[in-house]
Design a protein around this ligand. Structure first.
Ligand SMILES: Nc1ncnc2c1ncn2[C@@H]1O[C@H](COP(=O)(O)OP(=O)(O)OP(=O)(O)O)[C@@H](O)[C@H]1O
Length: 252
């Protein structure tokens, strides 16, 4: 297993407050790695440090063999970071926005192929503000791929989407992983982490308290004698919703 990100004893203080308290973990090349935890656990702080967007207090970080202290500019070139959807010019169409990003990254891309991957080819000439929430999210994920990165960072990519749009996005993220890009994702949805992530790190109060595959974490909990309160129904309301409105891709 090739390690593509190595974090050792990372600490981040905001004044006297210790937001990240000496965490260590490795991310493997080609996996979807989830960072989970309650609000304020230190997830965004950790990601922003790895993304070279925030200074650390101490610790060592290597990204694809590059030392963050020595080569932040080189690291920027091999990563893709998802912008919040509010960060796009609303009046430009999707092709114009992709051109703009290509200019920023000083690179070229096949815009239509990129839009096809995220199922937005039909919307190429539509303005950004004319997209639905799910379409905006898909487009913002597409923009992380413009500089052909080795690693992409997605911060709560499915927040606010309906169940079908979320499932579409999961498929998209798996496709990106299957094409060889490493994906780091934060989410508050445990079903999403279970479906999507090869491994998850659970953070709480600035520390990593568990790091494993979702399957292994669940098996360990069951082995410890944990029992869920009795399940009385073998489907839930989301199953009803998906069953009624269809599982297939549709315009979200
Ligand atoms: N610029 C800052 N100055 C001071 N404190 C900060 C700053 N940014 C974050 N913090 C604090 O650091 C802690 C960790 O914040 P962080 O945003 O990393 O958490 P998070 O796990 O991403 O939370 P969420 O799930 O809410 O996004 C919080 O207590 C937060 O208030």
């Amino acid at each position: 297993m090739e390690t593509i990100i190595s974090v050792k004893d990372l600490k981040k203080n905001y004044g006297k407050f210790e937001a990240v308290k000496g965490i260590s973990f490795d991310v493997y090349a080609g996996e979807i790695f989830g960072l989970l935890g309650p609000n304020g656990a230190g997830k965004s702080t950790t990601l922003e440090i790895i993304e070279t967007l925030r200074d650390k207090t101490s610790g060592k970080i290597i990204v694809d063999g590059l030392d963050l202290d020595k080569s932040p500019e080189k690291i920027k070139k091999i990563i893709g970071v998802q912008l919040q959807t509010s960060g796009f010019y609303p009046g430009l169409n999707l092709l114009e926005l992709i051109d703009l990003f290509c200019g920023l990254y000083n690179t070229k891309t096949d815009s239509m192929q990129l839009l096809e991957m995220v199922n937005l080819k039909d919307k190429a000439k539509n303005k950004y503000k004319e997209m639905s929430g799910g379409q905006k999210q898909r487009f913002s994920i597409a923009t992380t791929l413009i500089n052909h990165p080795r690693i992409i960072f997605l911060d709560e990519p499915t927040t606010g989407l309906d169940p079908q749009a979320r499932r579409n996005l999961w498929e998209l993220i798996k496709t990106i992983r299957d094409k060889g890009t490493t994906v780091i994702i934060t989410t508050h949805y445990m079903d999403e982490a279970e479906q999507l992530c090869d491994r998850v790190a659970i953070m709480d109060e600035g520390k990593i308290i568990a790091l494993q595959s979702p399957d292994k974490l669940i098996d360990d909990l069951v082995a410890s004698g944990f029992e869920r309160p009795k399940v009385t129904k073998s489907a839930n309301l989301e199953d009803v919703f998906i069953n009624l409105t269809g599982k297939d891709f549709r315009e979200d």
